[in-house]
Design a protein around this ligand. Structure first.
Ligand SMILES: N[C@@H](CCC(=O)N[C@@H](CS)C(=O)NCC(=O)O)C(=O)O
Length: 202
């Protein structure tokens, strides 16, 4: 399988999930500004949405949307526990978090990185991020992970998004619970493997 990614972008989440599941992926680096893939191809032709991540299965089937890709990857290795068992309430808790992360948290960061965003829009987005960080910090108090007592795909996505704070002028260290969560997840060997692989891509 191939994963089209941009180092540090939301595609880090499926990359971490693949590492944690022990699934070896061919990585294809995408420059989101030029829409060029490292192999010279036009990314807009590979993925008409133009955004990362994109997973291409061995038979050529294409899957987009990060929160869906992580479920697909985790379901290839159910014993990994990256997605709780179908029908269990924990599975719906993970889906609840994925939806919150995608629709509330992830997209609140978009104006922070958009040069065309007017200051008022950035202020509005920053306030939303602060509110969401307050909420998540309360949820993670006395917990190691978002759901149950193990790392799930919801943690991979949250870790990825929390990493953007430093580039958006929002220091996660203001929330000690979030800071120690980030440090804890970053210390996982498979998370480090994903981070190092993306660093090596440049
Ligand atoms: N709904 C998509 C959004 C993905 C997304 O926003 N990707 C960003 C990087 S984090 C991107 O590729 N932005 C550039 C663009 O859309 O042109 C998903 O969840 O996968």
């Amino acid at each position: 399988m191939k994963l089209y990614l941009t180092p540090g972008a939301c595609s880090l989440s499926p990359h971490i999930v693949a590492q944690e599941a022990g699934i070896v992926l061919e990585l294809k680096k995408v420059d989101l500004r030029t829409k060029k893939v490292s192999d010279g191809s036009n990314y807009n032709e590979v993925n008409p949405k133009g955004s990362v991540p994109l997973l291409v299965l061995d038979d050529g089937t294409k899957l987009t949307e990060g929160p869906v890709i992580v479920q697909y990857l985790a379901d290839q290795k159910p014993q990994s526990g990256l997605m709780p068992a179908p029908g269990s309430i924990d599975r719906y808790r993970v889906l609840e978090w994925l939806n919150f992360e995608a629709t509330e948290l992830h997209k609140s960061f978009s104006p922070m990185f958009n040069p065309a965003a007017v200051p008022e829009w950035k202020q509005f987005a920053a306030a939303a991020i602060h509110r969401h960080f307050d909420y998540i910090s309360k949820q993670l108090k006395d917990r190691q992970f978002l759901v149950g007592d193990r790392f799930t795909v919801a943690d991979a996505y949250l870790f990825t998004i929390l990493g953007w704070g430093q580039y958006a002028g929002i220091d996660v260290a203001k929330w000690p619970v979030l800071k120690s969560y980030v440090d804890r997840i970053a210390a996982r060997p498979k998370v480090q493997a994903a981070l190092q692989a993306e660093k090596a891509l440049g």
